[in-house]
Design a protein around this ligand. Sequence first.
Ligand code: FES
Length: 575
Amino acid sequence: MKKRKTAEELRSHRWFGVSDLRSFSQRSRMKQMGLDMIDFAGKPIIAILNTWSGLAHCHAHFKNRVEDVKRGVLEAGGFPVEIPVMALPENFVKPTTMLYRNLLAMEAEESLRSLPIDGAVLMGGCDKTTPALVMGAISANLPAIFMPAGPMLRGNWRGKILGSGSDIWKFWDEKRAGEISDADWSEMEAGIARSDGVCMTMGTAMTMTSLTEVLGLSLPGASSIPAPDANHRRMAAECGRRAVDLVWEDLKPSDILTSTSFDNAIVTSAALAGSTNAIIHLIAMARRANIPLELERFDALSRDIPVIADIRPSGKYLMEDFYYAGGLQALLTRISDRLDLSQKNVLGGTLGDALQDQTVYNDDVIRTVQNPVSSAEGLAVLRGNLAPGGCVMKPSAADPRLHKHCGPALVFANYNEMAAEIDREDLDVTPDHVIVLQNAGPKGGPGMPEWGMLPIPTKLVRQGVRDMVRISDSRMSGTSYGACILHVAPESFIGGPLALVRNGDLIEIDVPARSIRLVVSDEELEERKAEWTPPERIYPRGYGAMFSAHIGQADSGCDLDFLQAPGTVPEPEIH
Ligand code: FES
């Protein structure tokens, strides 16, 4: 057990506790803000990294919720400082928030490193904000606790329950088929997101906040609390209080994260039927912690874990129901024999300690392993000549008849081409076709947008077709569903085999065998490769150009190469 820090050992002491010219000016500038030594000197200074902005739809409550965190910090004898960081609202950022995940991670890391900060509360939740803040905190390696935004309440439309994302896709298809009117559609807009909080399905946001809790970086039970619930405010204050103690105890992410804690997260993701985006984010987070994590680990650990959370898009309930059924900690009791309960958390205890006295209150929402929502696996990693670096799919969210399929390719060279063609009545396509989208990966998108749930051609939608095999090097929203094969690596933009597929080529997928094959001879593929010319660079300058030059492929977590470099960045000098 580590000994508690003294006030002189606080990191902020180097700014405010010494007697020299520089610290004179630093103290005087705190006094410029109306503060006195009694406010901040000798106390843990807790940075509250707040991803609020006037456009951060899922974090609208953070503007006030930060006051609860501050209250907790003050109660525990710390000094809170709110630091606004990039917000990344999923629905507004173009072309995709994934382009900026690493930028927020850099901002979080450098804010923590460069300022007089002893510990941090990370306020995030909307998709990329969670991995970004956690990646930054891992690299900075100061004591930190993640405060999840919490899910929205259930959506409502004329008494029908609506789920974020999942129901939009479903009703959009109905609208395209002429079964939903413009007026119905417009009414749904006002009912599908009717409170503060993140998407209340098991999309990327809820997957990542749940897994961050399993990794031990949030308070046990925190991720499942709906944003408008008073318990969320109480949890926020507790995050503030606990952050102060984390500093005195010097409990850092490197003391909590292990390869086994990542295994626990992968197992939990499978039981939740979590978003495929979690694969990319967990790999990136693990590698920041110097923990090697490969795609195969996800496949191996997910194979015999049934989906027991009956939450959309794989199930029928929403996060509000999940919370009332006991929430994440209750679910973990159902898979406790598959978890390593000795893993540490931000309380300084273990996962096993946290699971004491947890109860499932509704067996229909949180099933038993013997009575799962689906016996189909929540995740499969496929490899073959079309994806030598691997690709992923979510069998539980796909029509089971498509788990083994062979059909001719219908290829679109980019998203705009697909969007222009997909509604054409004379499109030469059948339900057996395999739709292929190229140039939608980390460099090609760029930023690997969530285009992977490629639309089913309108003429087939009218015939009642609701699922087809679709392949791309892009990602898919965690609230999406269907036989969508994603994250193909290496991507087509850099000449991966996906770039060589032509209309009519047969593509064979076999999920039980974990294979994906382009039925074209090696010689023919070699010839096509020799003829292939790289597409033009998309960003001539700016962050996009830097991103394109340094971004890694999906199977390595899409981090920037210079952020993954081994070694520790030195602490700022005193002067
Ligand atoms: Fe923010 Fe879904 S849009 S979590």
